[in-house]
Design a protein around this ligand. Structure first.
Ligand SMILES: NC(=O)c1ccc[n+]([C@@H]2O[C@H](COP(=O)([O-])OP(=O)(O)OC[C@H]3O[C@@H](n4cnc5c(N)ncnc54)[C@H](OP(=O)(O)O)[C@@H]3O)[C@@H](O)[C@H]2O)c1
Length: 338
């Protein structure tokens, strides 16, 4: 099968596509999934260079998030609700950039019928991160003001849509006019500011009538800057450090406005709070199935042969929404069956 196999640490641009990689074998509680589309993540770029916190032994297939169909030759373990051909999305610690992946059936969810495989490719990590951040950690309430930084990015645009669906008033903050347009057009943000400009927080204060925002959702590393426009008793969520630097914070800023700083690490729920995950995915599937939120896929969809270009675009901050590699074409797969 075709797969992005890492045999030694290298930048994605230096990893050739393997055309005859061995197909994975399913373990006891695993199913085999034919991968149609897979989501690109910044940590893939780190992992293939040996710079990520989790490094599988060589050789390994890169990629974590995917959408596809349960394979015709998949075993169906006891208790598994799926059958061959079912449309699913899911996640693995590595192995998604391939025509086929072996995955624990508990880490697979049904892909809503109104969703394409490209849209499903980024659902497993990106969306629950933003949902749990806003609902579980910040306890967002309808009518509150939310500021989302990197609002056109993968987790950011999901946060904008979710906050809107939860009844909040959303201010998107992005680094270019094009990304501001994306945040409003595809995210549905009520207002948007360009945070590459100095004193952008003044604009946020003006929009909120001087009050500031109740919740800050920050995947960039802009908590300290955002506290200039947070409201009394506001909650700031630490989501990530896409800007490349782990922030530190003088704690008097926390005291002065009675604020809370909360973190989100979605991946850790698997070991720390597995019983909570179904509630989050259940709520998300409801919102996705009814069309109240809709995954945003970056305009260029990369075939597996060009995945390095997709990862380069992600690395160079050129992308918006979820960047996806399309591994199988649904139409071609249907024709091949006839
Ligand atoms: N906590 C969790 O459980 C969890 C889960 C998933 C992801 N994350 C983290 O969240 C962060 C964002 O992930 P994502 O998937 O949304 O990434 P993404 O799609 O690549 O978006 C990141 C955005 O950050 C902004 N940015 C600001 N400074 C940047 C820089 N120096 N280099 C690159 N981008 C920069 C860019 O938007 P502008 O151009 O508009 O500034 C970029 O579009 C990552 O750090 C990721 O590890 C955390």
């Amino acid at each position: 099968m075709r797969a992005v196999v890492v045999t030694e640490y290298a930048h994605p641009s230096k990893i050739p596509l393997t055309l005859n990689a061995p197909a994975p074998k399913a373990g006891g509680n695993e199913v085999l999934v034919d991968v149609y589309s897979a989501g690109l993540n910044f940590y893939d770029i780190l992992q293939c260079q040996g710079k990520y916190q989790y490094q599988p032994p060589f050789p390994f297939v890169l990629g974590t998030e995917f959408a596809g169909r349960i394979a015709a030759d998949s075993p169906i373990p006891k208790g598994c609700p799926y059958k061959p051909g079912d449309r699913v999305f899911g996640g693995v610690s590595n192995g998604a950039y391939a025509e086929k992946v072996a995955v624990k059936w508990a880490d697979v969810l049904p892909l809503p019928a109104n969703m394409t495989f490209d849209q499903g490719a980024g659902l497993f990590v990106t969306w629950p991160t933003s949902y749990e951040a806003l609902v579980g950690r910040a306890e967002l309430k309808s009518g509150e003001w939310v500021l989302v930084t990197a609002s056109a990015g993968g987790v950011g645009i999901a946060a904008v849509q979710l906050a809107k669906a939860l009844g909040a008033k959303v201010i998107a903050a992005a680094g270019s006019p094009a990304k501001i347009d994306v945040s409003v057009k595809y995210g549905g943000a009520d207002h948007a500011v360009d945070y590459s400009k100095p004193n952008w927080q003044q604009e946020v204060l003006k929009i909120t009538g001087g009050r500031g925002v109740d919740v800050v959702y920050d995947p960039v590393g802009l908590i300290r800057d955002s506290l200039k426009c947070i409201a009394w008793k506001g909650r700031a969520i630490v989501v990530g450090f896409a800007g490349g630097k782990i922030e530190s914070l003088p704690l008097n800023l926390v005291l002065l406005k009675n604020i809370s700083i909360v973190g989100i690490h979605w991946g850790a729920y698997t070991t720390k709070e597995p019983a909570h995950k179904p509630a989050v995915y259940g709520a998300l599937l409801d919102l996705l199935s009814t069309g109240r939120v809709k995954p945003v896929v970056y305009g260029d969809i990369y075939p597996l042969e060009r995945i390095a270009d997709g990862l380069a675009a992600l690395e160079q901050r050129k992308t918006w929404g979820k960047v996806v590699t399309r591994i199988r074409n649904e139409e071609a797969a249907e024709k091949a069956k006839l």
